[in-house]
Design a protein around this ligand. Structure first.
Ligand code: MTE
Ligand code: MO
Length: 221
C-alpha cells in the first residue's frame, strides 16, 4: 500500500498519478491539440481503415484468451476474458496515425483504460518502460509515461462493434499519441521493465518512441 495516513482520501490511482506528476511523467501524451495541429507532418487522411501486420492474424477464442501483466509491478495479474470484461469500461474517440503516412480521424473505442490497469497492478517506483507481446509473436516497447497516457485504452470495440480479428480483436491497445505500430493488436502480455528495450519494429529500424508530431519514424543509425 502506498496510501499514507496523512492522505486518507487518496485512491490508489490518485497516489500513483501524483507520484508520476512529481516525476514529470505526464508531460507527454496529452489528448487535446489545437485543430490546426491535428494532422501530423507528412501524413494524409484516409476514410477507410487499412490493415497492417506481420501477416499472421491469430484467431483467439474467449476460452483461450489471457492477459498476463508481469515484471516491475506490486501485483502480478492474469486475466481471463471474463475477468477483463468485468473491469470498468470507458468510451473514447481518437485519431490514428500510421508511420506509413495514413491518418484516420475520430475512431470511437470502448474498452479498459490503461490507467485502470495501472491502478490494479501498481508499477514499482523504478518501473520505466513496458514490453508488449501479442498472440502473433509481435512485440513493441513503450516508455511507461507513454503507456500511461490518459487516452490509452485496451480496446475491445470500435464504432460500437467488437474489434474484428484483422484489426486485433478481441483486444488491442490503442495509443493515439504515438504512431500506430505501438498499438499492439492481439495483446496478451505486458511486462514492466526498468529499462526501455526495443521491440520488433524498433529492432528493425523504427524509432524507439514514435511521436508523429516530431516525425519520429525511423531511428537515426
Ligand atoms: N500484434 C500485432 N500488433 C500490431 C502489428 C502486428 O504486426 N502485430 N502491426 C502494427 C502496425 S505496423 C500497425 S500500423 C497497426 C495496424 O493496425 P490496423 O491493422 O488495425 O490498422 O498495428 C500495429 N500492431
Ligand atoms: Mo504500421
Amino acid at each position: 500500500m502506498v496510501d499514507t495516513p496523512s492522505q486518507p482520501q487518496d485512491s490508489k490511482l490518485t497516489t500513483t498519478k501524483r507520484k508520476w506528476a512529481a516525476q514529470g511523467k505526464f508531460l507527454t501524451g496529452r489528448i487535446t491539440r489545437p485543430e490546426t495541429d491535428r494532422l501530423p507532418p507528412g501524413q494524409h487522411l484516409v476514410k477507410n481503415w487499412p490493415v497492417l501486420d506481420l501477416g499472421q492474424q491469430p484467431q483467439i477464442s474467449e476460452m483461450q484468451w489471457r492477459l498476463d501483466v508481469r515484471g516491475a509491478v506490486e501485483n502480478d495479474l492474469t486475466l481471463d476474458w471474463q475477468g477483463f470484461c468485468a473491469l470498468p469500461q470507458t468510451q473514447t474517440v481518437s485519431d490514428i496515425h500510421c508511420v506509413t503516412t495514413w491518418s484516420r480521424y475520430d475512431n470511437a473505442w470502448q474498452g479498459v483504460m490503461v490507467r485502470e490497469l495501472l491502478d490494479l497492478v501498481h508499477p514499482k517506483p523504478d518501473a520505466d518502460a513496458v514490453m508488449l507481446t501479442s498472440f502473433d509473436g509481435y512485440t513493441t516497447n513503450l516508455a511507461l509515461s507513454d503507456f500511461a497516457a490518459e487516452d490509452a485504452v485496451l480496446a475491445t470495440h470500435w464504432e460500437g462493434q467488437p474489434i474484428t480479428t484483422e484489426h486485433g480483436g478481441p483486444m488491442r491497445l490503442v495509443l493515439p499519441h504515438l504512431y500506430f505500430w505501438k498499438s499492439a493488436k492481439w495483446l496478451t502480455r505486458i511486462e514492466f521493465t526498468r529499462k526501455d528495450a526495443p521491440g520488433f519494429w524498433e529492432k528493425n529500424g523504427y524509432h524507439m518512441r514514435g511521436d508523429p508530431w516530431a516525425e519520429e519514424r525511423y531511428s537515426d543509425d
